[in-house]
Design a protein. Structure first.
Length: 278
C-alpha cells in the first residue's frame, strides 16, 4: 500500500452505519389475521451501533496505527430531507430506489448520533453523505490527511486519502491519478445501483483497459468523450455521467444563507482541475 502521513481525521459514512445498525434490530411481528407490523427499539440500535463501531475500528487498527485520542472523527450524512442535486440534473438518478424505505428507527438513530456528537457530524443541502466525506477529505490536504470508512466503492475516486472498505476489510491509499482514473472508469461504466447508464457497450473490463492504456492523464477526458461518441452517445452524455459519478471536492462547495454546505460549482472533468489540492 502506497502511504502518506498517518491520518489525523477519520470520516465515517454515517448513512451506512445508521442503515446497517437500524436494519439489524428491526423485527417483523405477526399479530394474526393477516396483520403484520415492523418495529425496532432505539436502545437496541444504539447498542448495536456501539458494538459495530468497535468491531470496525478494531479491524482497522490491525492495519494502521492511529492515535484515536488525537484524531478527529466526523460522521457524514446525506441531506435529511432527501434532497439531492444530482436528481435535479438527472431525474433518473436513483429513481430505482424511489419506493424503498429506510429501516424503522433509521432516522432516530441518525438523530442519536448527531446529538451525541454535536461537533463531529456534518450534512449539506442537496448533498449526499458521500459528497460531505469527499469535500472534507479534499479540504486543506497540505495539513490534513483523511481516512474514509465506508462500504461504498465510490470513494475510490477521492484523491490523496486512505479508504477503509468495511465490506472487503481492505485499506488502501488512493493517489490523485488513481482517483481520477477510477472516476473516469466509473463514468464510462455507469452505476446500476445509482441508475445511470454510462457509455453504451462499455463494461467495467473494457473501461478499465481503455483508461489504463492511456498513460498521459491529461488526455483521458478527451478519450472518454471520444469513446461515448464512437458508441453512439454524445459528449453531453459523457459530461452527465461524469457529474453523476463525481464526488464534490472542497472547492465545489460553500456555505449558504442558512449556514449549511451546498454545491456552488459545476463539475469540471479535466485532470488539470481534478489535481488541484487546496
Amino acid at each position: 500500500m502506497e502511504t502518506k502521513e498517518l491520518p489525523n481525521r477519520i470520516l465515517i459514512d454515517g448513512d451506512i452505519f445508521a442503515f446497517r445498525c437500524s436494519s439489524a434490530v428491526q423485527k417483523d411481528i405477526d399479530w394474526g389475521n393477516g396483520l403484520w407490523t415492523c418495529h425496532a427499539y432505539l436502545d437496541e440500535a444504539v447498542d448495536y451501533l456501539k458494538v459495530y463501531t468497535k468491531t470496525v475500528f478494531d479491524a482497522l487498527l490491525d492495519k494502521i496505527k492511529i492515535d484515536l485520542d488525537n484524531t478527529k472523527i466526523i460522521y457524514c450524512f446525506s441531506d435529511p430531507n432527501g434532497n439531492n442535486f444530482r436528481k435535479i440534473i438527472n431525474p433518473n438518478y436513483k429513481y430505482n430506489r424511489r419506493t424503498s424505505r429506510k429501516p424503522t428507527c433509521y432516522n432516530a438513530l441518525v438523530d442519536y448520533i448527531k446529538t451525541n456528537n454535536p461537533n463531529n457530524y456534518i450534512f449539506g443541502d442537496y448533498l449526499e453523505g458521500d459528497d460531505c466525506i469527499s469535500f472534507l477529505a479534499t479540504e486543506n490536504q497540505h495539513k490534513n490527511t483523511s481516512l474514509i470508512i465506508s462500504a461504498d466503492k465510490d470513494f475510490n475516486t477521492v484523491p490523496n486519502v486512505y479508504f477503509y472498505n468495511i465490506n472487503k476489510d481492505e485499506l488502501k491509499y488512493i493517489t490523485i491519478e488513481d482517483a481520477y482514473r477510477n472516476l473516469l472508469i466509473q463514468t464510462l461504466t455507469g452505476d446500476t445501483a445509482d441508475n445511470y447508464c454510462g457509455c453504451p457497450s462499455i463494461g467495467k473490463i473494457k473501461a478499465t483497459r481503455l483508461i489504463n492504456k492511456e498513460k498521459n492523464p491529461y488526455r483521458l477526458w478527451e478519450l472518454v468523450e471520444n469513446t461515448f461518441v464512437a458508441n453512439g452517445a454524445t459528449k453531453e452524455d459523457a459530461m452527465l455521467n461524469f457529474t453523476m459519478a463525481y464526488l464534490l471536492h472542497y472547492s465545489d462547495v460553500d456555505i449558504n444563507d442558512e449556514g449549511r454546505y451546498c454545491r456552488v460549482r459545476e463539475a469540471n472533468p479535466t485532470y488539470e482541475h481534478f489535481k488541484i489540492i487546496l
